[in-house]
Design a protein around this ligand. Structure first.
Ligand SMILES: Cc1cc2nc3c(=O)[nH]c(=O)nc-3n(C[C@H](O)[C@H](O)[C@H](O)COP(=O)(O)OP(=O)(O)OC[C@H]3O[C@@H](n4cnc5c(N)ncnc54)[C@H](O)[C@@H]3O)c2cc1C
Length: 503
């Protein structure tokens, strides 16, 4: 069994190198190692740090989605959560049931019902009276449309990430933290003569036949540095909070009393989980965020947004059962939003002619890259400028070459030579992107891990169609996939709450 070695050196040749040890990278590493392939998982901070998107006590898991493809994917994801739990020998998924509610005219909510019907998922539409009997602490407007599914609950987020990392290590994966990836470059010859990817960190370099970028909100920066492609992913700072349940009835919102996780599809979009992780406290938050820079954001929660938006909602929906005036504790987190709030699960497009994809990709793709792609030669010009110290706007930390180890060069001298660039024409690289999970990806982690393992090892996803998750969709429409029921997120100034879809 491989060890999870804190701060160990990065070296070696692998079938796959995975960048980023959040839920997605950890699940991908597990899936790859389980298939008997060699895999390295590299994380810039400490494992289980709290500066990305996957930390914390809980995430909602539910099958209710306006998009039927997510409902379909969730059926598979549930199985994979259960498989991993039984292999690990402990539970991270607690079943509680799930409630979605809102106006009877809400198009997302109506689409949820048709997804459930289409996919044959058991569900109940509850009347106002039934809600009052089953969930007496919850007050909803009389005309609310309420959907109940038993396939809901919470995932213990940080525990789940740790579980997948431990499982990956058990199957032989090599895990390295505190190793920021500074360079990912294609066209390196592997010892067996095949084409490979060099992944350089401040503490050594490794080679992979494939490389998965699962770097959360940092992914666009990595992709830009590798290829010049500008992924339309925006980082949003968001906050969750725990509120005290009334002392007279502290169990009222616990799963033992049948209280479910829930989402209010109104304006603002509010979601919550029952009292599980902290007895007597219930998690309720607003599904929104403020644009941020992942490298410079304060990780503190936004208390103003919580008190300004969640407090009044609690006062009207849980009056008497929850102390709504202020949360007992709160925490900051980060979303990575795509314009259509769909994931990106794809090969990074590139040309084999040069290291820079920007201009060459224009030959096989249009529009999006034409506007955003970096021009061939620009990378070299930037290298020169940087070596002359003329890029003052690039902070040390963000400079992809800063701190690159001399091992990278040593690698070259020790027999791993850069490939000659050949003719133009390759439009799919062995560099893969798993990003843009838009505030609702955690529940799909094990399935995303499986899809990425499929793509990295075989080039094809088994059983999960990926058209909706392609990078190419943004070449057709900058807004991505069209949705009749969805308002795409428009990141807005502080104090204003953008509407995103359910968590
Ligand atoms: C408050 C909040 C509530 C949410 N609620 C839900 C929910 O109820 N249900 C649900 O399904 N989803 C939910 N989500 C969304 C879900 O948590 C995310 O979609 C998911 O965690 C994204 O995981 P990730 O692995 O892509 O990103 P991350 O967890 O951010 O992982 C990326 C990792 O890559 C590392 N990295 C970045 N750059 C480099 C580099 N250069 N070198 C090495 N490592 C690097 C980062 O340090 C990080 O650890 C929520 C998210 C938040 C923030």
């Amino acid at each position: 069994m491989a060890k999870i070695e804190e701060g160990g050196e990065v070296h070696g040749v692998y079938d796959v190198v995975v960048v980023g040890a959040g839920i997605m990278g950890s699940c991908a590493a597990y899936q790859i190692a389980k298939r008997g392939k060699t895999v390295l998982l590299v994380e810039q901070f400490d494992f289980l740090h709290r500066r990305g998107s996957s930390h914390g006590e809980s995430r909602t898991i539910r099958v209710t989605y306006p998009e039927d493809y997510y409902t379909r994917m969730m059926k598979e994801a549930y199985k994979l959560w259960e498989e991993a739990e039984s292999e690990a020998g402990y539970m991270v998924y607690q079943r509680t049931g799930h409630l979605d509610f809102g106006s009877p005219y809400n198009r997302s909510l109506l689409a949820v019902i048709s997804s459930l019907q289409k996919e044959g998922v058991p569900h109940q539409i509850l009347s106002h009276k039934e809600v009052a009997i089953r969930f007496p602490t919850l007050r909803l407007p009389e005309d609310s449309l309420v959907i109940y599914t038993s396939q809901g609950g919470i995932l213990r987020a940080s525990k789940a990430v740790a579980m997948f990392q431990a499982l990956a290590a058990k199957h032989g994966a090599v895990l390295r933290d505190r190793a920021k990836v500074l360079r990912v470059s294609p066209h390196w010859r592997l010892p067996d003569g095949s084409d490979g990817i060099l992944v350089g960190t401040g503490r050594g370099s490794a080679l992979g036949k494939a490389c998965i970028l699962a770097a959360g909100a940092w992914t666009p920066q990595l992709v830009r540095d590798i290829s010049g492609v500008e992924l339309p992913i925006k980082a949003l700072h968001t906050s969750i909070a725990y509120w005290a349940v009334n002392k007279i009835n502290p169990d009222a919102l616990s799963p033992t009393r049948g209280f479910p996780s829930f989402a209010d599809y109104g304006e603002p979009y509010i979601y919550g989980t029952p009292s599980i992780e902290y007895p007597g406290l219930v998690k309720v938050a607003v599904h929104s965020g403020v644009l941020c820079d992942p490298n410079r954001r304060s990780v503190s929660p936004d208390m103003e947004a919580l008190k300004g938006v969640v407090s009044p909602w609690l006062a009207s929906h849980f009056k008497g059962s929850v102390k709504w005036e202020a949360p007992i504790m709160a925490e900051g987190c980060m979303y990575s939003m795509t314009p259509d709030q769909d994931f990106i699960l794809d090969h990074l497009p590139y040309s084999s002619k040069t290291e820079m994809v920007g201009i060459n990709v224009l030959d096989c793709k249009q529009g999006f890259f034409a506007q955003n792609g970096r021009r061939a030669g620009q990378g070299r010009r930037r290298e020169t400028a940087r070596s002359q110290g003329s890029l003052p706007y690039l902070p040390e930390e963000a400079d992809p070459d800063h701190g690159i180890s001399s091992e990278t060069e040593a690698f070259v001298q020790n027999g791993v030579e850069s490939l000659q660039r050949d003719q133009l024409g390759i439009c799919k690289s062995q560099i893969l992107v798993a990003a843009g999970f838009s505030g609702h990806g955690f529940k799909m982690g094990p399935l995303v891990g499986r899809v990425m393992a499929d793509l990295a090892l075989t080039g094809v996803s088994q059983g999960v169609p990926l058209e909706m998750f392609s990078i190419e969709r943004f070449t057709k429409d900058a807004g991505g996939n069209h949705k009749l029921y969805e308002v795409p997120v428009k990141p807005v100034p502080q104090a204003t709450i953008p509407r995103t879809r359910s968590s």
